[in-house]
Design a protein around this ligand. Structure first.
Ligand code: SF4
Length: 323
């Protein structure tokens, strides 16, 4: 099978749009202007790989270094497996992942003579500090986020439960007696889409007049989301694929944005592609969550470009055969 592709990088109204087309097959691929690894995840990935390259042994990552199964597998192959709790490591180096841990985990690890490789993103540390400052000024904390998300656990586990709420819905906000809290500070989990929670935050502000908010949504998340909207708005794009891990909150949010605007599918990699999606499709738009490595995006792009015309209902590997 021919494996050379023509590449046409062009400047569009929103900046660089990458447009590729196979010489043999009809579908084009257009990437969003921004997609994939954010700076925080890129740094986390590099730190772990540097640790391995420098001969680091007995390393274990507490929680996924980023929420992407392929990255987790890659780390395991490098000899740095993922663990779910600190109790699972009794020697060597514990890696704290990009979205952080409760501060007490640092002292727990130190008291057990573990070394720490901290890959927590600086933006996440900013939110820890913002929350501490607000508490010192007498504010009740509200985290808009998922109670089970590691980042939110990092912000809350060490705090007295009476000093904060974690919520996401109007119903949850309505259940709270806000008159008990003279001062309220609203903070967001970094990977959320703030527009989705505007009603919730407005309700809090209307019930707690001394509420303020810090826009702690990560710029990388916003940029990927805005670029996904731009991709969907392009009339040339018939279908949008969002590439990312099943457990990645920001990938899911990208999908939620895209599916409102264009036929869209969330996939983990090229193995999830289905022929029936491509019937009548000329251009496939692709975007990816902040924890999706470049090589997974490249694999998906290549699979689309190599997709044979008229092959419907089979797995791409079966259709492509050996080249
Ligand atoms: S999404 Fe933002 S907050 Fe999260 S790791 Fe990336 S840069 Fe940091």
């Amino acid at each position: 099978m021919e494996s050379t592709f023509s590449e046409d990088a062009r400047e569009g109204p929103q900046g660089r749009l990458r447009l590729l087309q196979s010489r043999r097959f009809a579908m084009r691929v257009q990437r969003a202007e921004k997609y994939g690894f954010c700076a925080g995840v890129r740094i986390a990935d590099r730190k772990v790989k540097k640790f391995v390259a420098q001969g680091g042994a007995d390393g274990k990552i507490l929680g996924q270094v980023v929420h992407n199964e392929r990255v987790v597998e890659e780390m395991e192959e490098l000899g740095v497996p993922t663990i779910e709790s600190l109790e699972e490591i009794d020697q060597g180096t514990v890696v704290f992942s990009a979205h952080g841990v409760p501060p007490s985990f640092h002292s727990q690890a130190q008291s057990r003579c573990l070394k720490i490789l901290d890959t927590t993103c600086p933006f996440v540390y900013d939110i820890h500090e913002e929350a501490d400052r607000a508490v010192q000024q007498g504010a009740h904390l509200v985290f808009i986020g998922e109670p089970g998300h590691r980042e939110v656990i990092g912000y809350t586990r060490d705090r007295d439960p009476s000093t904060y709420h974690i919520l996401k819905t109007i119903e949850e906000a309505e259940e709270v007696d806000w008159s008990r809290y003279p001062k309220v500070m609203v903070l967001y989990q970094t990977t959320l889409n703030s527009e989705d929670y505007e009603d919730v935050v407005r309700l809090i502000e209307s019930r707690a007049p001394h509420a303020s908010r810090a826009d702690t949504i990560c710029y990388a998340t916003k940029e990927n989301q805005d670029a996904a909207r731009g991709l969907c708005a392009d009339p040339a794009v018939d279908l949008v694929l969002i590439i990312g891990g099943k457990q990645s909150a920001n990938t899911r949010h990208l999908w939620e944005i895209c599916r409102e605007l264009k036929p869209s599918h969330l996939i983990q990699g090229s193995q999830d592609l289905h022929s029936e999606w491509f019937e009548g499709v000329g251009t496939v738009g692709i975007t990816a969550g902040a924890s999706t490595p470049d090589y997974v995006i490249d694999e998906v792009e290549q699979a689309i470009l190599e997709w044979p015309i008229g092959a419907v209902g089979n797995h791409p590997e079966q259709e492509r055969g050996e080249s």
